[in-house]
Ligand binder design. Sequence first.
Ligand SMILES: O=C(O)[C@@H](O)[C@@H](O)[C@H](O)[C@H](O)CO
Length: 355
Amino acid sequence: MKLGLGLYKHILTDDNFRFAKQAGATHIIAQLVDYIKGDSPTLTKDFLKGWGTTQNQGKLWKYDDLVALRKQVESHGLTLAGIENFDPSHWYDVLLDGPKKKQQIEDVKTMIRDIGRAGIPVMGYYFSLAGVWGWTNGPMGRGAANSIVFNASKIDVQDPVPNGMVWNMTYDTQAAGGNIGSISREEMWGRLKYFLDELMPVAEEAGVKMVAHPDDPPLPVMRDTARLFYTQEEYEKLLTVNPSPNNGFELCMGTVQEMVGSDVYAMLDKYSKAGKIGYIHFRNVVGKVPHYREAFIDEGDVNMVKALRILKSNNYDGVLIPDHTPEMTCAAPWHAGMAFALGYMKGAMQAIESE
Ligand SMILES: O=C(O)[C@@H](O)[C@@H](O)[C@H](O)[C@H](O)CO
């Protein structure tokens, strides 16, 4: 198994590649969507009105830029292991089954071909209308660390998605008022099937694994739209939608742990054996839906060392990234939180590997 760090678009910089290397990471997962901004990113803000606006319609990720990014990462002795998340500008009508769907699926295919050609082996995506939404936050972590909290009783869980928004980002600032309406689970499975059936042959040819993130938070319906991967059983159905060897999981341990009735160890065991995990969000949490808080890696409900032992026993050779952590009280709260998580992971991995 490999230690990685996920970096947002704004922090794909030489300094942060050095930071990753210094903390013992060997791999980078890059996010290209402009949604969590700033040199010192924070996830503990009010994002109930969205992550922001994206206006990249028709401006696809370019092959030359992807190669340049890979080379920049490699210049620090690191490997670019994957890209996480499509830009809503590029695929909103694929998610929404809108009039530009055919063009946008062709655009996504073009980007997958270019990602493969650029030597990037994994693309993580999140097939969701409401997206990551509903978080609140507060000094709820150990030592009053600012943490992400989900408490269904504190928000209007079915507050509808306004027109012009999907995946918790606004892609059309001129959209007419109103909202996208109620979307059923059957409809969402159909949209996912279309997406996978169109893309998997291209991903196979391009040598790119397409891996799906589970629903965060894992509730069956949010903002009046059905969510697909809100229990472990439902998440596992991903593999039945399309049998491609390139169809797999961006396995977020935190989100799986937040699901009612889940067994994150069983999921790790089964799918690391089956070679179906593209990479892992190795994070911890206290509680489950409808009420949980994100936790420091060592203080949550998941025994992370047990999880690593399972991965080791199955010879999992993929990447683990911390994904989120509570923020630490200092001048660089995100970086300190990540350094703490990476240090824990490095130590635990070394200990287990020498057993
Ligand atoms: O990296 C982050 O902070 C999050 O945005 C992701 O964990 C997110 O849940 C996934 O990328 C799915 O969108």
